[in-house]
Ligand binder design. Structure first.
Ligand code: R5P
Length: 292
């Protein structure tokens, strides 16, 4: 109990000042709890409303693919420059020092590998994500895939039921089946379905007409990078997505497979947070490449 000696009555109630009832800075998040907003504010920088998330969850489907063979060697040097780390619980617990104190977007479903088709993934309990101090949970939705669509939508739906009790944002990741057209119509449909079913963040792919995908999705969208591109091309992809209203990127291969990943993640940050053009970002990449 606090010391009661010299207990002073409050007098500065600011009666001449209205309480500021400002809305929360992230799209679609205002009607959520304090804990939810605190988590979102750890992922998305409140000064820019955007995030550079570093995705290195690839091993949970692909195994030790190029760039994530040794997380300690390839990913840890990048972590200081990421706003958020996205990975599976196995990698977070075994490879990421808790002293890094970075927000975690936890890959929270499993059941698929590159050796088979998309599968009927299961999801993790929210309590386990809370125990890992996750700032968000991520699950994939296979919209349009006849055999897994219903299961993966149900996964999101049920996870959101639980996650809301803990103020835990859920990011829906749109998995694109082999037969799906990768166009704005499809990504708009998939992203909107994710949001309608309770996702607080949607991760999808950039495409022509992306401004429509963003506009019709009531929650923030971040883009995946996809296969490795030349650095300038990858920065152009980030730039175009941000110009269309994306709230950031959740990139993997275009960062950790870059010829200089530490320079690349900072160049991506320049485009996402500082309004750099792709050319300016590429200049930053080249400048840093010679120093790091
Ligand atoms: C996909 O389900 C995973 O979440 C990957 O992390 C995602 O595809 C992002 O990685 P990349 O930028 O390499 O595509």
């Amino acid at each position: 109990m606090a010391d009661l000696d010299d207990l002073r009555d409050g007098s500065d109630f600011g009666l001449d000042k209205a309480v500021e009832l400002s809305g929360y800075f992230m799209k679609g998040s205002n009607n959520n709890s304090w804990g939810f907003k605190d988590r979102m504010s750890r992922i998305f920088r409140p000064d820019t409303g955007k995030s550079v998330m570093l995705a290195f969850d690839h091993g949970f489907i692909m195994g030790p693919t190029s760039g994530v063979e040794r997380i300690d060697l390839s990913i840890l040097p990048l972590a200081p420059y990421a706003d958020c780390l996205m990975a599976s619980r196995g990698v977070i617990k075994s490879c990421i020092p808790p002293t890094f104190n970075k927000p975690i977007c936890l890959r929270s479903d499993a059941g698929t590998s590159i050796l088979t088709e998309l599968n009927h993934n299961v999801t993790m309990d929210v309590q386990n994500a809370v125990a890992l101090n996750a700032s968000a949970m991520a699950v994939m939705l296979a919209i349009g895939d006849p055999s897994t669509e219903a299961k993966t939508v149900a996964n999101l739906y049920k996870l959101v039921d639980q996650a809301e009790k803990f103020g835990m944002p859920v990011m829906a990741v749109t998995a694109v089946g082999k037969d799906m057209a990768r166009d704005a119509r499809y990504f708009g449909l998939a992203s909107r379905i994710c949001a309608e079913n309770g996702a607080s963040i949607v991760k999808t792919y950039y495409t022509e007409g992306f401004e429509n995908v963003v506009a019709c999705c009531p929650v923030p969208i971040v883009i995946a990078g996809g296969k490795k591109l030349a650095e300038l091309e990858a920065l152009e992809l980030c730039y175009r997505a941000i110009q269309c209203g994306a709230a950031g990127v959740d990139m993997g291969r275009n960062v950790f497979q870059s010829e200089n990943p530490v320079a690349m993640i900072q160049a991506v940050g320049g485009v996402v947070h500082d309004g750099l053009s792709p050319e300016e970002g590429f200049e930053k990449f080249n400048d840093l490449k010679n120093t790091v």
